[in-house]
Design a protein around this ligand. Structure first.
Ligand SMILES: Nc1ncnc2c1ncn2[C@@H]1O[C@H](COP(=O)(O)OP(=O)(O)OP(=O)(O)O)[C@@H](O)[C@H]1O
Ligand SMILES: [Mg+2]
Length: 371
């Protein structure tokens, strides 16, 4: 039985020898830090074997081991060490192979996690890469959709501008050449010119607003506004149009709550909804604007009697330049109103949506309540 004090010395010298080996190994690992994991694993394996051998040499120098025992122990440790190194090499090669599979998957057009079982860290990396790829693909798709709608918008808008411009030019030429001379026709031409100019001005104004929204340049000057005032304003602004079309227009706010909004911008968004509703409601129909509270948020709904929007069109009505079949007629809108309304509502951290309901459809605007 070895005395306790000798055992402590053995531990001390063996730890010292192992420490020296560890320092050399760490130095080597530092020098090789940019190399393959397989190479670094070989260094770790070699350091483990060398630390054990140095311990054995220490105890043989302390005369605790005779020559015969030392040879036996060294032979055992060396063969075990060689096997351990072989395992390190195998593990290193597996890691390198797994890494290569991942790299090949990343190089492919569409990243899919490799169908092999990866070590936990690489599997996590693979999951993160897949999520990043999906996000990238989604934003690419969004960008393409935006680009397509922008191209369509330019095509439609230039068409929409050209048609009334051609009319204006014809009327102006007729007036200039005095082709029309009787007082009533001259007056009618003047009236039409004014209406067309107003429509074109509105369209240019909408385009400007939309480009400000898209550029993120919409500056909101928020103030505390009663929901009732917003609804009353929207009703008042559309009353003439409703009367001219024979549509009943009703506004109603049950709770007296306030929101912190840019009254001008939000009024514009609501006006777009109400004007659409009146345009698509047959005479004698009703358009209802209701303000209230829902799920801790302020809610304004605009319900009409349009007969419902086709299901296929529902998700697209807020797209720039989208117009339903019936609206693609000369003199119809440019398909900007709802895109503007959505931009304004989202700039207020709100949400806008539409669903078919009853005799028509219901547009819904939700806004955070003022605290
Ligand atoms: N209240 C509604 N009822 C039925 N369809 C609607 C209603 N509001 C919008 N739509 C459909 O959504 C399309 C897009 O509406 P949006 O307000 O963006 O454009 P627009 O009214 O055609 O033109 P603009 O508003 O630029 O004058 C409309 O063309 C119409 O087909
Ligand atoms: Mg509109």
């Amino acid at each position: 039985m070895i005395p306790f004090e000798d055992l402590l010395w053995v531990v001390f010298y063996a730890a010292l020898a192992a420490f020296v080996v560890a320092v050399v190994a760490l130095g080597a690992l530092y020098g090789l830090r940019g190399r393959s994991v397989a190479t670094q694993l070989i260094v770790v394996g070699a350091a483990t074997v060398l630390a054990t051998i140095s311990g054995i040499l220490v105890i043989s120098f302390m005369m605790l081991l005779n020559d015969h025992d030392r040879s036996v122990v060294l032979a055992v440790v060396t063969s075990a060490g060689l096997v351990a190194m072989a395992v390190s090499v195998l593990l290193g090669r597996r890691l390198v192979a797994a890494n290569r599979t991942l790299v090949e998957a990343v190089r492919a057009d569409r990243f899919r996690p490799p169908p092999v079982r990866l070590p936990a860290e690489l599997a996590e990396l693979s999951r993160e890469l897949e999520a990043a790829y999906d996000r990238l693909a989604a934003s690419h798709a969004r960008e393409q959709a935006l680009e397509t709608s922008r191209r369509e918008l330019v095509a439609w808008v230039s068409h929409d501008l050209r048609t009334p411009l051609a009319g204006l030019r014809a009327m102006a030429e007729a007036l200039e050449d005095e082709v029309v001379a009787d007082q009533r026709t001259v007056q009618r031409y003047h009236g039409r010119i004014r209406v067309e100019v107003e429509r074109l001005t509105e369209m240019v104004d909408d385009l400007f607003e939309l480009s400000r929204i898209h550029a993120g340049a919409l500056r909101l000057s928020r103030e505390r506004v009663g929901l009732a005032d917003l609804v009353a304003e929207a009703v008042a602004g559309a009353e003439v149009l409703a009367r001219a079309k024979g549509v009943r227009l009703r506004g109603d706010v049950r709770e007296g709550l306030a929101v912190q909004v840019d009254a001008g911008e939000l009024g514009r968004a609501l006006r777009n909804l109400v004007v659409n509703a009146i345009r698509h409601t047959p005479s004698d129909g009703t358009v209802e604007i209701i303000g209230g509270i829902r799920g801790g948020r302020a809610r304004v709904t605009v319900a009409d009697a349009c007969g419902g929007i086709p299901e296929d069109d529902l998700p697209r009505v807020f797209d720039v330049a989208f117009r339903g079949e019936a609206a693609r007629t000369p003199g119809g809108g440019a398909g900007l109103g709802l895109a503007i309304a959505r931009g304004i509502v989202e700039a207020h951290a709100g949400e806008i949506g539409v669903a078919n309901d009853g005799p028509g459809c219901r547009f819904e605007v939700c806004l955070p309540l003022t605290v």
